[in-house]
Design a protein around this ligand. Sequence first.
Ligand code: C5P
Length: 219
Amino acid sequence: AEQLVVAIDGPAGSGKSSVSKEVARRLGAAYLDTGAMYRAVTFAALESGLDLEDQDAIAAAVRAADIELTTSPDAQRVLVGGRDVTAEIREPRVSGAVSAVATNLAVRENLVARQRAAIEAAGRIVAEGRDTTTVVAPDADARILLTAREEVRLARRGLELNNSQSAEQLAKQVSERDKRDSTVVNFTEAAPGVVLVDSSDLDFEQTVQAVLATVAEQS
Ligand code: C5P
């Protein structure tokens, strides 16, 4: 298939993962969830009992980390050291710790290199995260910032997590994670050349269509 790189960034709960996956399917492209890589490193660090604030220990851990991601939008698996941790990396203990790991610059440098390699290997791919439009793939054929108003994002998040946590706890966790994440990456406003898609008043299909239209215009 023809080469095509689509980069999609956005905050937690913007619906970017499900939208990106569906866009990848319709484009016949691979799918790269860069957040899953930060989650995988965080999971590995927690399993080894590392102090997440110990910059050097975390830097060493990311270099040693054996992370495998399948890039099919239909069967997304994440393996750490050969162990399938697809479900574990979504647990609240990982979500609560991931920002601490993601603000480590050695971690970012290491994972960005792996993400670029994955994009290069796939050729036709939708990559999704916080800095794919600006750092990982600034030369992508299409670059989109997918946002939604905060109250919409929190509501969507609540629906996704089946009330495994109280709505209030969840709201707090999501906005705190966004706040911490935005200290290293600006994903709240579109960088030059990045097209903003606001999904607040769009349903899932309309959002997918808006993203596909933007991809068609840009590429
Ligand atoms: O996308 P998701 O919410 O699963 O990402 C989990 C975490 O990984 C984010 O909260 C952020 O700390 C980190 N991340 C990042 N850069 C990316 C993708 C994710 O720092 N490109």
